[in-house]
Design a protein. Structure first.
Length: 203
C-alpha cells in the first residue's frame, strides 16, 4: 500500500470512472447539494458511499471512531451547523455497524496505554451500561457476537440522543425541517437496518 497505491488508484479513477462521467464530475465544481448527512464510523471496511451506492455529492459525511456524537464537540457541531443551516439537508443519520472495533474496545474495558481513545469511548459508556444491565458479555463466541451487536445498536440510539443536545438539530427537528434517523450496517449481510426511522419532515 502506501502513497504509491493511492496515486495508482487515482490514475485508474481518472481514466475510467471520471472519464466516463466527466460532465457529472465537472458539474460538482459549481457546488454540492447532498440529500442526506451521515455520521458513521471511520472503520475502513465500512464506506457509506459504497454501501449506499451513492455518487460523490450525494452524502455529506462525518466519520469518527465508533460513530460517536459527544455533546459540545466543535468538530461535530461544525458539521451539523453547516449541513443543516447552509446545505439545507433535511435528513440526518447516525449509522453504526457490525463488528465495530470501538465497541469491542469499550466492552473490553482494557484501556492499555492509549492516552486519547479511552476518553473518546467514554461518550458511549451509557450504551454499555444499558446492555450490561441485561447481562454480561457471554463467553460463547456466537452469543458474544449477538451481545456485541446489541451494544453497537444501543450506541446508535445513544448518539441519536446526543445529537439532540445540539440546538441546531433540536430546533430543526422540532420545526419539522429535519428527520433524525438511526441505521445499523450489518457487515455479514451488507444490509442496512433501520434502528430509529425518525419523524418525517413537514411538507
Amino acid at each position: 500500500m502506501g502513497i504509491e497505491k493511492l496515486i495508482e488508484g487515482n490514475q485508474a479513477f481518472v481514466e475510467n470512472e471520471y472519464a466516463e462521467n466527466i460532465e457529472y464530475y465537472k458539474g460538482l465544481l459549481s457546488g454540492q447539494n447532498p440529500h442526506v448527512m451521515l455520521i458513521g464510523c471511520c472503520d475502513s471496511r465500512v464506506v457509506p458511499e459504497i454501501t449506499c451506492n451513492a455518487k460523490p455529492g450525494e452524502i455529506f459525511v462525518h466519520r469518527n471512531i465508533g460513530n460517536i456524537v459527544p455533546p459540545g464537540d466543535w468538530n461535530i457541531g461544525t458539521f451539523l451547523e453547516y449541513g443543516i443551516r447552509h446545505l439545507k439537508i433535511d435528513t440526518l443519520v447516525v449509522c453504526g455497524h457490525e463488528e465495530c472495533g470501538a465497541m469491542k474496545a469499550l466492552s473490553g474495558k482494557n484501556p492499555g496505554d492509549d492516552a486519547i481513545i479511552p476518553g473518546w469511548l467514554s461518550h458511549a459508556g451509557t450504551a454499555l451500561e444499558l446492555v450490561e444491565k441485561k447481562g454480561k458479555k457471554p463467553s460463547d463466541p456466537e452469543e458474544a457476537r449477538k451481545w456485541q451487536s446489541e451494544l453497537e445498536i444501543e450506541n446508535v440510539k445513544l448518539q441519536l440522543s446526543n445529537l439532540r443536545t445540539y440546538k441546531v438539530v433540536k430546533d430543526a427537528e422540532d420545526a419539522g425541517k429535519l428527520r433524525v434517523v438511526g441505521l445499523y450496517y450489518r457487515m455479514s449481510t451488507a444490509k442496512l437496518e433501520v434502528i430509529d426511522p425518525g419523524k418525517p419532515v413537514k411538507g
